[in-house]
Design a binder for this molecule. Structure first.
Ligand SMILES: C[S@@+](CC[C@H](N)C(=O)[O-])C[C@H]1O[C@@H](n2cnc3c(N)ncnc32)[C@H](O)[C@@H]1O
Length: 359
């Protein structure tokens, strides 16, 4: 079977997230197509995805038709693709949707095509319509083969937002978004019942998302108050979301992380003091240099306390256009780069992040 994915604002990152998720679970899969924010993956029959597992997928659905345009016309004549009589729909892909309009008209359905007023800004700067509709249709041709699918799942940001907003302790300036937390966890290859370490756990953003994914977690932070707050947040989460998995939070420096042979590490590194104004070139250089000196001993320790094949999904700061030299860091820490740095930035922030995976 083939599944199509409409990816969110950082498509390459989301693509890696899905591929690592499948690899970690030893699920047979093959990437058929990836361009812009469209991805098609072939898997064994019966493969089930749950969209809320991912941080970067907007819609997904099984491909129900694959063939040439003549066959598509025949398929549409014989098959009902949307059962309701009155609905709105939005389309993705490179094909003219006139054929759908004609179909709905001939079936006397009141179907209105939506074009989002709010644009979705992608990491590379381009913008795309982000319509809200009852149904999302994927109609895309690769050479002479047309693919058709109706999304069966759409990401529900409300559920995640509610959880994030209701937790007892929020630390807005420092805390990572649930979206990036999920992406880092999936990139780390952590699976249910694995033990995942976050060596800079803060108030527990990544730990919480991992617990929701039925992963056992271990968090370390050198800031005592952060660990108290993480404990409060996680207690609240386990009570409100019926979580059975184990968690432990330790107030310690990660250079002394305990050797528990972790199965995965996912973490957001400290980016230094919040910057109020744009740093000069020299200041930016200094911040990056300090970061490099500071992270190497920690990574060396992480290497010792994880299983040899366990992955470290981590953020490195990017200040103005200055990046941390990931190759040098990996080499000095005795690690290898499994996924090269992918930039995650927002135009309204001086500090961005590279996300990468070390092993
Ligand atoms: C960017 S914050 C992480 C925020 C976290 N993802 C959250 O959801 O709250 C980085 C954290 O690393 C902690 N930290 C910095 N250096 C550390 C070290 N050497 N060992 C352990 N924790 C450290 C800081 O106290 C801070 O809470």
């Amino acid at each position: 079977m083939k599944t199509f994915f409409i990816l969110g604002r950082n498509p390459e990152l989301s693509r890696q997230e899905i591929l690592e998720f499948l690899k970690a679970r030893n699920r047979i899969h093959k990437e058929i197509f990836f361009q812009d924010n469209l991805l098609i993956i072939e898997t064994n029959e019966g493969e089930r995805f749950s969209i809320q597992e991912f941080g970067g997928v907007m819609h997904l659905g099984e491909i129900t038709f694959e063939g040439n345009s003549e066959e598509l016309r025949e398929y549409l004549e014989k098959n009902e693709i949307i059962p309701s009589d009155k609905f709105s729909y939005a389309t993705f892909g490179n094909q003219d949707t006139q054929i759908l309009k004609e179909k709905f008209k001939s079936e006397k359905k009141k179907a209105s095509q939506k074009h989002g007023r709010k644009l979705l800004a992608f990491q590379d700067g381009h913008k795309q319509e982000n319509p809200k509709a009852d149904f999302y249709i994927f109609l895309h041709a690769i050479e002479n083969t047309v693919y058709l699918s109706i999304a069966t799942q759409t990401y529900d940001p409300k559920e995640v937002k509610k959880r994030d907003m209701q937790k007892p302790i929020r630390r807005e300036i420092l805390a990572i978004s649930p979206r990036l937390s999920k992406i880092l966890i999936n990139l780390s290859g952590a699976k249910p019942h694995d033990r995942l370490l976050d060596p800079f756990c803060g108030v527990g953003g990544i730990l919480s998302e991992a617990l929701i994914k039925k992963i056992n977690v271990y968090g370390i932070d050198k800031d005592k108050q952060a660990t108290i707050d993480a404990e409060t947040n996680i207690k609240w989460l386990t009570q409100n979301y019926k979580i059975q998995n184990k968690y432990k939070i330790e107030n310690n420096d990660s250079r002394r992380a305990p050797d528990l042979q972790f199965s995965a590490i996912a973490t957001e590194t400290p980016l230094g003091k919040p910057l109020r104004k744009k740093p000069s070139d020299n200041q930016a250089k200094q911040i990056i240099q300090n970061f490099e000196a500071y992270i190497i001993p920690i990574l060396r320790q992480l290497k010792k306390v994880k299983k040899s094949q366990a992955k470290i999904a981590i953020t490195f700061p990017v200040i103005r256009n200055l990046h941390v030299d990931a190759r040098k860091i990996a080499e000095k820490s005795g690690l290898r780069i499994r996924m090269s740095p992918l930039l995650e930035s927002r135009s309204d922030q001086f500090i961005s992040r590279d996300l990468l995976v070390l092993i």
